[in-house]
Design a protein around this ligand. Structure first.
Ligand SMILES: Cc1cc2nc3c(=O)[nH]c(=O)nc-3n(C[C@H](O)[C@H](O)[C@H](O)COP(=O)(O)O)c2cc1C
Length: 328
């Protein structure tokens, strides 16, 4: 937050009624942004956190008693992580709207629609980045969502499907003109996936084109990039994705490996405990491994010991190993 001359603290930006207190936002990352990681990032200074994308079909079928325990688990929110944005994907408007109505009662700050995922599973079904094909459909979806929901609605877009269809300004206007409260822009096309560098200039054009808050996403790799992307784009906030995996300290302004390992190890142990408590022993260890790999990369622990820690399936042994006892 910034203080004005009267000492009042101004929010960085608003998301409907929610005053977001800072400019650093945890980007949605499927497979990483579960409840423990979101809580950790909030504690280290992210002012807003996103879930990874969640299937609107799975939510609706789950509530229609066909059952989807995994999705139910994804929808468990904790007071320590709020404000949290829940991201949905889908290809059928009525299902997305029904899912959003089911989620809005869970205390989320906003419901976000994914219009950027390029993976075959998502885009191949007409969801995610495929939605960028048809600006009229995007407009109708957002009009439908904002008509029935009482929580704010937002959209996360890419610049277009490919270099020949960079329609980000039309898409952004369709989202903003139909009642959305915020837009996040990943400055790449779907075909680019994660190749090349993010086009911050294009994100700046979106900021100029719409009258709602815009979050910039793409290539914030170290703390110094935050000011660079904010000044290059004029955006209200910045999303941090890959740079936060294994380094939630980035939200406090620390680059990878800058916090002494002894201090980080305590947080890594706590992260493991949160994962075990939330996912259970088997899934907890399995899901923690992806984070652990990134934590360990800058730990100074010898490669063979790191490999042993990463191969460990047993929570008790992993605990011991992280406490410094090594893995037998
Ligand atoms: C492992 C992974 C999972 C992702 N999952 C999602 C997702 O579920 N929804 C979404 O909108 N973007 C997703 N993204 C894209 C990120 O939100 C972000 O826009 C992109 O990684 C660029 O930002 P970065 O350079 O800070 O990582 C994902 C990215 C990664 C690396």
């Amino acid at each position: 937050m910034s203080a004005d001359s009267g000492g009042n603290v101004a929010p960085a930006f608003r998301l409907g009624d929610t005053e977001v207190g800072g400019r650093l936002v945890l980007a949605p990352m499927s497979g990483y942004n579960d409840q423990p990681f979101r809580r950790l990032c909030r504690r280290f200074g992210a002012s807003l956190v996103y879930t990874g994308l969640i299937s609107s079909n799975a939510i609706v079928y789950g509530r229609r008693a066909l059952g989807n325990a995994r999705t139910e688990h994804m929808l468990q929110f904790h007071s320590e992580e709020r404000p949290v944005v829940c991201q949905l994907f889908g290809s059928v408007d009525s299902m997305i709207i029904e899912a959003a109505q089911l989620v809005e009662g869970l205390g989320v700050a906003a419901i976000d629609i994914n219009l950027g995922c390029p993976t075959p599973k998502v885009a191949g079904s007409g969801a995610g980045a495929s939605m960028l094909r048809d600006v009229g459909s995007v407009a109708r979806l957002f009009a439908g969502l904002t008509r029935v929901l009482s929580v704010p609605v937002s959209g996360k877009i890419r610049l277009g499907l490919d270099d020949d269809s960079r329609n980000y300004l039309e898409v952004a206007r369709a989202i903003a003109d139909n009642g959305a409260a915020l837009i996040a822009v990943h400055g790449r096309t779907a075909v680019q996936a994660y190749r090349g560098s993010a086009d911050w200039q294009a994100i700046a054009e979106v900021r100029q084109a719409v009258g709602i808050p815009v979050l910039a996403s793409g290539d914030v790799k170290e703390p110094g990039d935050v000011e660079r992307i904010l000044s290059a784009t004029g955006c209200d906030g910045v999303m941090i994705g890959r740079a936060a995996i294994g380094n939630p300290w980035i939200f406090q302004g620390f680059g990878r490996g800058e916090v002494p390992w002894a201090e980080r190890a305590l947080v890594v142990q706590e992260h493991l405990e949160m994962m075990l408590a939330f996912h259970g022993a088997h899934q907890g260890v399995r899901r923690f491994r992806k984070h652990l790999r990134e934590y360990l990369a800058s730990s100074g622990i010898p490669r063979r010991e790191r490999a042993r820690l990463l191969a460990c399936d047993d929570p008790e042994q992993l605990r011991e190993g992280l406490l410094g006892g090594g893995i037998p």
